[in-house]
Design a protein around this ligand. Structure first.
Ligand code: ZN
Length: 145
């Protein structure tokens, strides 16, 4: 782990510097005082997606899902478990592709759920179809080593 790293606040988009030693205390945003870096998925929108990915130092694993997709809804608890399992080395996030069609188009999301692992804002790996929590965590780790 580095001495400190940067995480974008998903609410106000302020870039916060986080001390790894203080993660257990539940870091909050210096600007809006909302929680940052929690062991659960972050909800991204068209307004926050690009800035969050570009300026967060940890890799970000995004679940591209849709409310009408039964496998997506079924996978939600597994995705939450994976967020806890990968915390704090990977940030997990969700994007509703029905709400954010422009992003889904730009990333050529063919079907949901699709999971993309981003490093430094760039796509490092992608996988489609529902997965279990342990399978997702193993997939993310294998693409980071
Ligand atoms: Zn904030």
């Amino acid at each position: 782990m580095p001495d400190s790293f940067h995480v974008v606040c998903p609410a106000c988009l302020a870039v916060n510097r986080v001390d790894p030693g203080k993660i257990a205390q539940g870091p909050t945003c210096g600007k809006c005082h909302g929680k940052i870096l929690e062991p659960k998925p972050v909800t991204l929108t068209g307004r926050t997606f690009d800035a969050f990915l570009a300026k967060s130092d940890p890799p970000v694993l995004v679940d591209f899902w849709a409310p009408w997709c039964a496998p997506c809804r079924a996978m939600a608890p597994a995705f939450e478990q994976a967020a806890a399992a990968l915390f704090p080395s990977v940030i997990l996030a969700k994007l509703d592709t029905q709400e954010e069609l422009a992003i889904a188009d730009r990333l050529r999301i063919q079907g949901v759920p699709t999971m993309i692992l981003f490093r430094g804002g760039r796509e490092a790996a992608r996988t489609s179809g529902a997965r279990s929590a342990s399978d997702l965590a193993a997939w993310a780790r294998s693409n980071l080593s």
